[in-house]
Write a protein that binds this ligand. Structure first.
Ligand code: AMP
Ligand code: ZN
Length: 498
């Protein structure tokens, strides 16, 4: 395996840890295994491209860990209950509200949007996590955790409302934010990030269990020793992370919006219950802007994956654009950006096609030179990916190699073995980028009839019979769906666009 080794023998992966605000070298709890929990989608609406950006960088990160030889146990939950419209635990449950609006039930809404979420994430080649637990399947685990917090003296009841966590009792509350308790309370009041509630003891207190309204039957509610109701949003992540990964895990991921409320609450719940450190490394990805503005439904700058596909872009272009900026920088999503993603993918595809067409024997000296160049670029790529997933720099390495290879092909310096090794490097990059370049190459495999037509066209061109050459080119396009391109080193086939 190329790249530096960590002390435990696997690739040395460095991560910016929100908790320490430093880039640290990953040291896993168990050698060779990384336990990751990522906060999953709230399944009340179609996922937007912002949500998908978050899951794309997490996918790229997981693939990077695997490329370094780690086994990854990756849990990403499905929030299908309890996520209220306001982070202050007021307002309606997003699922129930969506169900009422659509004259449906919260259960049907959850099923429909969970399926849709998986469809889009698979379409973007985001690998399924090892486990995708649903909150509604873990009510007992959440209640058991609330009981522990009860035993440890952290909870209080607000009549006709719910069971709350008293954050003033958890000494280190808010440590993830870099602020102390008073500072964080002032910050949240000042920014009106959390609404004041007259019954809460502290503004940072949050609901663990909400009581069902007395005059209304909810689609989702459960009986418990605290009364009929449903869980608060935050408790599900603590319960499911502990169930599938243990009381302490290596890495927890989410969007930057979780730094000030959701993740401090997860820490308070988990550490308040177990007395053990919950997470060793916290990773947070930045948000997406659309045409330089905050995504906004009312301004029409709010896109789902389906909206972009309908405009004629493919999944590769969307994935490429979503991973192309560093995950801790805001990403400006534009249609020009999608066009340039398309051009970049085309360059990758073209080089693979050209390499695939080389059958000449290798010149040993040239092969040695090429091999050194290819290997140093593979190492560089991994070095950047291992350094807090520096994708823009890693992509520069990929395109530097592509330019070099193009030149070498022009000059006739690459033979069959060299071309295979260069293709191997592209597939190595792609094991992390996930553009499925191997599949693109397969699409290039044309039927025998097309190959014979190409031979006839070669002869026609040699005889300068350009009318016949053009006619054959049209037949290949109309009948078989391949575009013929002429270049210095002969004819090339490209599958006509989808
Ligand atoms: P939600 O479905 O609202 O629970 O969010 C699912 C994930 O998407 C969370 O990790 C959020 O932090 C993340 N997220 C929400 N909006 C954006 C955005 N505009 N850009 C990037 N990530 C986002
Ligand atoms: Zn969470």
């Amino acid at each position: 395996m190329p790249g530096n080794r960590s002390t435990n023998g696997y690739g040395a992966v460095r991560i910016f840890n929100t908790m320490s605000r430093k880039t640290e070298t990953l040291k896993t709890l168990k050698e060779g295994l990384v336990k990751i929990y990522c906060c999953g989608p709230t399944v009340y609406e179609s996922p937007h491209i912002g949500n998908m950006r978050t899951y794309v960088w997490q996918d790229i990160f997981r693939r990077t860990l695997e490329l370094n030889g780690y086994e990854v146990l990756h849990v990403r939950n499905i929030t299908d209950v309890g996520h209220l419209k306001s982070d202050a635990d007021t307002g309606e449950d997003k699922l129930q509200e969506s169900a009422n609006r659509r004259h449906s039930t919260a259960w049907d809404i959850a099923r429909m949007y969970t399926e849709e979420f998986f469809d889009y994430s698979r379409m973007l080649n985001i690998r399924d996590p090892s486990v995708s637990p649903r909150a509604t399947d873990h009510i007992n685990e959440m209640l058991a955790l609330i009981k522990k917090l009860d035993d440890n003296g952290y909870i209080y009841e607000i009549r006709n409302d719910g069971i709350y966590y008293d954050t003033s009792k958890f000494k280190e509350y808010g440590k993830l934010t870099g602020m102390n308790f008073a500072q964080l309370n002032n910050y949240l009041i000042g920014g009106a990030r959390v609404e004041l509630s007259k019954d809460k003891r502290n503004i940072t207190d949050f609901a663990l269990w909400k009581f069902s309204p007395v005059d209304e039957k909810r689609d989702m509610e459960w009986d418990s020793e605290y009364g009929i109701g449903f869980p608060g949003w935050h408790i599900e992540c603590s319960a499911m992370s502990m169930k599938y990964l243990g009381e302490t895990i290596d890495i927890h991921c989410g969007g930057v919006d979780h730094i000030y409320i959701h993740h401090p609450n997860e820490i308070a719940q988990s550490e308040g219950a177990t007395g053990k450190k919950f997470v060793n490394y916290w990773m947070h990805g930045e948000f997406i802007l659309v045409e330089n503005k905050k995504m906004s439904k009312s301004k029409g700058s709010f896109y789902t994956v389906a909206d972009i596909l309908k405009k004629g872009f493919g999944w590769r272009e969307i994935r490429y654009l979503l991973f192309s900026a560093h995950y801790r920088s805001q990403l400006n999503f534009t249609f020009r950006g999608l066009e340039s993603a398309k051009a970049s993918i085309s360059r990758m595809h073209d080089i693979m096609r050209r390499l695939n067409g080389i059958n000449e024997p290798d010149d040993n000296a040239e092969l040695k030179k090429l091999r050194a160049f290819v290997n140093s670029h593979k190492n560089e790529f991994l070095k950047y990916m291992n350094n807090d997933i520096m994708v823009p720099e890693a992509l520069r390495v990929v395109f530097d190699l592509i330019s070099y290879i193009n030149k070498q092909i022009e000059e006739g310096r690459i033979g069959k073995t060299g071309s295979e090794e260069a293709i191997g490097a592209m597939l190595f990059f792609d094991s992390v980028l996930g553009l499925n370049l191997a599949e693109l190459m397969e699409e290039d495999e044309a039927p025998q009839e097309v190959i014979e037509l190409l031979d006839k066209r070669d002869i026609a061109r040699a005889k300068r019979d350009y009318a016949l050459a053009d006619e054959i080119r049209n037949t290949i396009l109309d009948k078989y769906g391949f575009i013929v391109e002429d270049s210095k080193d002969g004819q090339h086939l490209k599958k006509a666009s989808r």
